[in-house]
Design a protein around this ligand. Sequence first.
Ligand SMILES: [Zn+2]
Length: 480
Amino acid sequence: MDPPREKWKNKFNEWFREVIYKAEVYDYRYPVKGIGVWPPYGMKIRNNVISILKDLLNQTGHEEVLFPLLIPEEILRKESEHIEKFEDEVFWVTYGGRKKLERKLALRPTSETAIMEMLKLWIKDHTDLPFRIYQIVNVFRYETKATQPMIRLREVTMFKEAHTAHATMEDAEKQVRSAIEIYKKFFDELCIPYMISQRPEWDKFAGAVYTIAFDTLMPDGRTLQIGTVHNLGQNFSRAFEVTYLKPDGTHEFVYTTSYGISERVIAALIAVHGDDHGLVLPYNIAPIQVVIVPIPYKGTENTVFELCNRVIKVLKEIGLRVYLDDREDITPGEKFYYWELKGVPLRIEIGPRDVANNCVTVSRRDTLERKVISIAEIKTKIPELLEDIRRNLRARARKWLQQHTFFSEKLEEAANIVNNRKGIVVVPWCGDTDCGLNIEDSLEGSVLGIPLDLEINVKGKRCIMCGKEAKTVIRVSKTY
Ligand SMILES: [Zn+2]
């Protein structure tokens, strides 16, 4: 069964809010605007996602750190472009008890400035480079746009920010490419399809030389930014005077990068795979990978439960997260509904007939197809099925993104695609900033940037706005 995305187009928000609440992933009833709570089930999903990300970072030379939540005002103000952009979004701590503080303290909106302040003390010599750290923390932003659970928050609780320092711009460029590879692997693990674009000048990270972003397409036809990679050049190191001693005895400012991912990735995971029944989780994310529902009839309880326990033992031995739903107060049908809502990839039903035939009935969450597997095959067939579900989720999500990506050279046609939220439109562009801003106005969408994952040939093509020779193409869509 394919997710009924077209059907949701106009009620996606409603579906999303309902499913995260009912499946107990995220509770948005906390009485502060733009702030939510992770209940136990959501926390397990979150931890599984974090663990994949941490592994990828740890394997590529990054070390975990923890910086303070509070940043003194004068430090936040050191890089002028940076503060200019964040000024309107910062939460300030101005009181300690009843006493007004002499220096205002910001709740970190991101940690570049706090980290640079310490790098100045930590980095001395060229042998200290490259330097790669990351932390997974909460950050605060006073969002003025309509807040959305997991998507547009005032407290982002799962901000993974990596920060690196290098001896040369070339090394920083190399790190940017490496970060892109890490993120590709990460999103592939989550089966989330993505587009990689270099953000236009007017939409890069405040203080960056350039920003590369990952976007995915949500069921309502709007794109969601799910990851960013910034090359900061020497902008921050100059402001914070972070230098290193070169082998020739001279000092130079370091080159830095930073890259981030947040719980938006979990919102995307839920949105791109979910269906009318609720969550659909890839097995590496699912807190419970296989749920066993016994269907005993009077007099067969013993043999049915005996088989359930045998199956659990086999699955636990191969390292799967299995759960036996032996609740007596609800029917098997209600249990099916419950675990489908929770997104458990595989359900095994065991009744007297299965006992008699020495087999089990397996139902897969992605397609809701059922089939019978003999007990002897469980050990090999269940892991195969789990992997097959993941392959299917990845393939169908990717296909949907491709089907909703259009190329257009006509302004009216492109505007129609964006306005009716049909997806992403790729249009030829002359490269001029004013012209780019006009494209945003005319199409009533946002320029995601120049695609880094598409073959671009603009020979003979004209800018969709001004008609001058096109230098490249850009992606445009409605965004979150
Ligand atoms: Zn133009």
